[in-house]
Design a protein around this ligand. Structure first.
Ligand SMILES: NC(=O)c1ccc[n+]([C@@H]2O[C@H](COP(=O)([O-])OP(=O)(O)OC[C@H]3O[C@@H](n4cnc5c(N)ncnc54)[C@H](O)[C@@H]3O)[C@@H](O)[C@H]2O)c1
Length: 252
């Protein structure tokens, strides 16, 4: 298939599980892809696994304005334009009640998810082609609460607000802005959280989550990438300001 033929796409968190699965799918669909990540070793491994001619890897911290300007400029220099921005980088914090939740960790979670997505839009939008697509990875906890994860839940809700507001700013140029909202993913990011939850509650967190998901399992990163492809491609040409739940019915 060639649903992203010659589209130029930035993927932040591109060395991670969802970001890499999406980069691979986008390249397979004809895109040229810039993967952005602060983990330089993982970034090199990810780039080596993708078609070199169609991929650029840029090391950057998405919380920094200068780094954001840099990855946008590097995209324009290498590929000459920008059609799709996938703001997907994310970090996770401790599983703790709000009374024990460390202030520095709260600020870090908000910085990566909310400030990172804001900076990405701020510096990418002026260079995006009319008709482009912005996708922000929120979460099932962008539309519902869970205990002991206040910063992450707040950040994932805030990303939906960011997307909705910016969607109305850029609609005149035909640029669409949406979030994808995965449920628990079958990857290390979720496993790390589940190990902490299991220690805190003495119960098997992964199994407990599966019981809360009507489809009965964690989502595969490739299934999340397919959602990002839908929102990046003209298949979603009249969809903006929306949230695409990829959560097996968990939030229903
Ligand atoms: N794993 C899940 O269960 C799950 C569920 C819903 C939403 N999400 C969201 O999906 C997105 C991708 O997460 P993932 O599951 O692929 O985890 P992951 O840890 O595999 O990928 C996240 C990537 O973001 C990068 N990153 C973190 N902070 C950064 C920064 N400041 N600058 C640049 N890069 C940075 C990491 O190095 C990593 O490569 C995140 O926004 C996460 O919150 C994950």
């Amino acid at each position: 298939m060639n649903r992203l033929a010659d589209k130029i796409c930035i993927i932040t968190g591109g060395a991670g599980s969802i970001g890499f699965a999406t980069a691979r799918l986008f390249v397979d669909e004809g895109a040229r892809v810039v993967i952005v990540d602060r983990d330089e070793a993982a970034l090199a491994t990810a780039a080596a696994a993708l078609d070199g001619d169609r991929v650029l890897a840029v090391a950057a911290d998405v919380t920094r304005a200068a780094d954001t300007e840099h990855y946008v400029a590097a995209t324009l220099a290498r590929f000459g334009g920008l059609d799709v921005l996938f703001s997907n980088a994310g970090n996770d914090g401790p599983i703790l009640p709000v009374t024990d939740y460390p202030e520095a960790m709260f600020d870090s979670i908000m910085a990566v998810h909310v400030r990172g997505s804001y900076l990405a839009c701020k510096y990418a939008v002026p260079h995006m082609a009319n008709g482009g697509s912005i996708i922000i990875t929120s979460s099932v906890v962008g539309v519902m609460g869970v205990p002991a994860n206040c910063a992450y839940v707040a950040a994932k809700h805030a990303q939906i607000g960011l997307a909705r507001g910016i969607a109305k700013e850029v609609a005149g140029r035909g640029i669409r802005v949406n979030t994808i909202n995965p449920g628990p993913v079958d990857n290390d990011f979720m496993r790390a959280a589940e190990i902490q939850m299991t220690a805190a509650t003495g119960s098997d967190a992964a199994a407990k989550f599966n019981q809360m998901i009507p489809l009965g399992r964690h989502v595969d990163p490739v299934e999340v990438a397919r959602g990002a492809l839908f929102l990046a491609s003209p298949d979603s040409s009249f969809t903006t300001g929306s949230t695409l739940m990829i959560d097996g019915g968990m939030s229903a």
